[in-house]
Every structure is written in structure tokens, then in C-alpha cells.
Design a binder for this molecule. Sequence first.
Ligand code: ASP
Length: 739
Amino acid sequence: MKKICFALFVLTSLQLHATEGMWIPTLLGAIEDDMQAFGLQLSADDIYSINHSSLKDAIVHFNGGCTAEVISKDGLLLTNHHCGYSQIQYHSSLENNYLKDGFWAKTRADEVVNPSLYATFSVRLDDVTKQLLDGVTEGMTASERAAIIAKNEEKVVAATLEGTTNLDAFVRAYNYGNSYFVIVTKDYTDVRLVGAPPSAIGKFGGDTDNWVWPRHTGDFSLFRIYAGADNEPADYAPENKPLQPIMHLPISMDGIEKGDFTMVFGFPGRTEQYLTTGAVEYVVETANPIRIHMRETSLEIIDAAMRSSEKIHIQYAAKQSSISNAYKKWIGQNNGLKELNAIQKKKDLEKAYMELAKVKGKQNYLNALESLTKLNEEAKDLKLSRDVFIEYFFYGPEIFGFARGFDGIIKNYAKLESEGKLEEQIESLKSSTASHFKDLHAPTEKAIFENLTALYFDYMPQAYFPQEMTDFKTKNKGEMGRMLKSLYGKSVFANEEALNKLLSNPSEKAFAKLKKDPAYALYQSLFNGYLRDVRPEYSRLNNEIDEQMRVYVQGLAELFPNKEYSPDANSTLRLTYGKAEGSAPVDGMAYKFCTTADGILQKFYSGNPDFDLPADMISLLEEENYGRYAHTDGELRVCFTGSNHTTGGNSGSPAINGKGHLIGLNFDRSWESTMSDIYYDAGRCRNIMVDVKYVLWVIDVYAGAGHIVDEMTLVWGDEAAETETENQGELTPIEAVSQ
Ligand code: ASP
């Protein structure tokens, strides 16, 4: 019973420290009073309900990573520029450079289709802790427990989905398995690009300003969800119609003042607040320095290549961003954890925990922490081999991931043929081949291979070094020149023409031969080496660690009932709230809570790719042509900070005021907050949001795309906003989904 109540316990114990915490939307009742004391004018039920439309019906998980919100009766979606970046990049060419010039669909017919982009609504979340733990008893091993939970999970998902259509369901553990929720979702797969500002606005400040305040980035882009004639999910078809959503967010035209209530509603990805000393030491002393070094190495190569040509700039823009974002965050994270003495604080906490557990005779809590210390020590090399593998395979040379895409046809040609799926597979490979080579600059790829392979050899722990990689090195006499030649000189995966020939004249024999292709063989070595030597043991240890963490966090909550605990982020819908406020993280310096358009001109630096501006933007700002988007003081506000507890995945989340109206779009955290995933400090952690009135100004005044603003619901003062779609006032048949 104690375990089941953990989430609720956590909510009540936290009422005095409201700004820390990512709250489960079904449990907001317990903190409703505190939120209202902060300035919320709505009830918990207005935010999350399954009986009538609520704010949650306007929030989507964007492509499984970011957040977006519905802002019109016609399914218009607002998210970050950096969340739509790979789609914007995908559609960009030297002739139509949407990255550089922006893109605005003049009519619905101009909205651009995005293969494989999807938007997921969370239809409902239900606590299923009791069902999941049915049959679990004290004293079970981690794997016995996991096996029972997995079976129960299957049953819960099947029961949840019975009699439904177009819905999906999955179970997520919270607090390391102290509670479980089943989450019912609905995926829309026809999501089209509607608008994006030039990168000079959407990415203004570039890598220099990323994770930094003060900020002047118009980090937004617009998409639209399309549905079939019945308003239900449908794959792309020209006749699909804009989604008529259950709910869309009205937009506040009142602006925001310091101290105003703010909440951020979205899909925070991952936090690790409860890591114990050994695990934090691993991050600070081992993982971060190595990952930073590997990424710095590829960024040096990519940045130089991007500066040298516009074509390469387009080719590598999205890849560069995905490498540099975490790279810079990890640097800030290490600084912050050291500055705040996080490791020593963890040690102190654990010492106090042990003492209290002893006094109270809680042997299970003592055992859990002792086991964690041992397990974290034991897991070090395994974790490192996994981290190095991920950095090399997924963020290093692209040839391996590309060859991996051909695995199916190489191994199962006959099966695909007999099942009539061969043609579809070949078409999809032709298209992935075209996009791979469209965005590949061979010298850059080779330079990345050369430099990152050397780091892979240096950093991969000997105990987990795949024998095949050693053989590859030995065969090439350890010489990089030979390795490069034997891979890129001989592999069909480095030769677009040869590969297209093969795809145009496919045969089982020809594809079977590729098993010996050097890039394919090396991908297999790397990947299989990981699957064979690392993953099973890593999973086993990880399960054991999670099991001990479950007891440890339960112990924390029981032993220190007056401290702050909230479930770590796990990519599910959460709400966090706080105030619009600045911070003073550094001695002698205070950050204001908002920035204005004046700062854009102050930062403007012609010829510097991070701070250059289009000429028409400069003249509009110089004229102070702010139209109806000016704040009451006549300024055009650009970004603001708040004390909302956010993380990656909250990118694109709506910032909402006390009335439930959109005031901004979350996109980042300040430099001094980058450690907050591991160690949150309410005094200095601030999330960064772009002011929605600046977003509207860019769309309307700068881009002349006022027709897009016209479909939004703008509200002034206490005006009531009509936000439900007429024929959709009632929810889709989720009532049918019962536990
Ligand atoms: N900038 C972040 C991201 O890319 C958002 C955050 O972590 O606060 O997801």
C-alpha cells in the first residue's frame, strides 16, 4: 500500500516547494490549492479530464521526442524551430533553401508533406500499479519480478485496447516501479509543414547562445495535423482534411509580467534526480568527458565543412544540431554539478539516509543503498562500452547506420519475395539511399570516420572490445589510410551509383554477396559485438539497479518526509508550474526575466552566422514596427524565463498563463540550469520560453503570413475563448476504454 501511495505522497509533501517537480496530470487534484495560490485560475479538472475537453487535449508528443500544441480549430500545431528542424532541412535545397529563407505556406495546398512524421495525443492515463504488481511478492529477484510485471503489462494493455480503434496503449513505470500508469494514445501520421522562420530568426544566436540567457531566439515552427474524412488518423492522402481537434489553446494578447503564474505542459524526456554517488561520479568523471571529446572532434570537422559551402551547410545542418545540443549541455552540466558540489551533497544525503535507516531498523533500505554502491561500481565498464558504442555508431560515421538499413533485404530476400514485400522494400531503400547521399559529403564522412575510429579504439574498454574490430585493425596493419581505403574504397554503401544499380536489378544472389561488403561486415561486427558482449549483461545489471533504486527512492520518501520528491521524467505527459522570473546565479549579476527586440539589434553581427540578420528584419526592428504585438510599454518582447522545472522533450511545450491561455513556447534552459536533470536547484534553474506575441509578430508582420494568425483564437483581457471544435465538444470514444 505504501508503494502504491508513493506518487500521491510525493505530491502532498511538495506543496511548499512548488516550482520543482514534473507532475502527473491525473494527480493534480492534490496540488490544485498550491497552483491556485501561485495564480492558477483554473481547476485541476480543466487541465486534465477524461469526461470533457481539457488542456491536455491540445498537447501532442511531436515525433516521439518534442512537444507541440494545437492552436487552431484546423489542427494547426506550434512547436520549436529546432523540433521541426530535420523536416525543414529535409525540404531544403540550394533552390529552395527553407533553412536560410524560411517557409510560409500561402494556402493549405502549399503545406508540405513529411514522410514518417507523427503527432501523438495522450488520450488518457490510468494508474495500474495494483494490476502490474499482482503476483509480485517481497524477496523476489529482479528478474522474477520483471517477468511477472511484463505478463501483467500485456494483460493490462490488451484489456485497455479491447473494443477500441485507432488507439494504442503502453505502460510506463514511475519512480523506478513504485507506480505504473497505462497510457492510451492516438497517433496522427499526416503532419505537414506550414511555416518556419529563417534560421537567422529561428536559430538566432546559434550554438553560441544555445543553453544561455539572455536569449533572442524565435525558436518556433508551424505544422498541421491532417486526418481522414472521419477526423480519425490516416496516412498521407491528398484528400485528407485538417484535423478538427477536441481542444486548441487560445493565445493571450495581454503579455506577461514578472511574477505571473506560468505552467509548462508537455513530454519531458528523462531526468535522473535520484542517482546515487557512484552513478553521478560516473557521469561527471567518465561519461561526460569522453562524450564531450568525441562530439567535439566531429563538430570541429562538420563546422569547418559547413562554413566552406552552402550545399554542405544544408546537408549537415540537422546532424550538426543533434550532435552539438547535448555536447554543450554536458559541458554545462559538469560545470554546474561541480559548482554545486553535487557529489559531496549526494554523499552527505546517503550518510544521513544510512544513519536514519539504521535508527529506524529499516534493513531493506540499508541493503538497497549498499547494493547500489556495489552495482554502480560493477557497471562502470559496461556503461562506458555502451556510451562509446552509441557515440560512435549513432553520432559518428554514417556508413554503418546506412548499411544497417539493408539488413532485412540482405538476410531475408527470399522471404520478402515470397510474402510479396520485396518491391515495397526496394522502393523504401531507393528513397533512403537518395536521402542518405543527398545529405552526404564524402570527405567530411571520411574525416569523421578517421577521427572517431581512433577515439573508439582509445575509449572502448578492453573487456568489451569486439574481436572483429581488432581483426579489422590488424588486417589493415593498424594504419588509418588502409582502413579508410578498405572501407570507403570498396564498399557499395559508399558508392551511390553501384548501389542504385543493385537496387534497379535486384537479385537474391547479389544481395547475399553484400554480407561480405566491408561496411556491412564492420557494421555487423560493431553491432553484434554490442548485442552479444554488452547488452545482455548491461540489461541484467540495469534491472538490478532499477530494482534497488525502487527501494531506495521509497526509503528516501519515508526517511525524509519533508524533502522534495517528484517522479523522474519518463517521456510521458507532465505539468510543471512556477512564475515568470529571472535569476541571479552568479555573484554580482542578475538576469532580468525577459528580453526585447532591442537585444536582437544589439547582438546583430553581420557575417557571423550565429548573429547575422536578414536586411528586412533589421529595417522592421529599426522602425519599431511592432503593430499590435507590442507590449504595454511599447517594446516587442522576445523571450522570457520562468521557474518551471523542464528538461529535453519539453522543447515545444506551451507556456500557459493562469487562465489557460498560451503565452509562450518553451525551448531551452539557462546555462546555470543544465545540471538540473541530475541536480535541480530551485534558486537558479530557469527555463527559457519565446514570447508568443513575438512568434505572432514574426508570422504576421515579418513574414506577411497574417492568414495563419487569422485562424488562431486571440484573446484580450477577460474575454472568453471558444476553444472547442463545434462537432467535437465531446471526447472521442475513450469512454469505451475502461480499466
Ligand atoms: N533545449 C532543450 C532541448 O533541446 C530543452 C531543454 O532541455 O530544456 O530539448
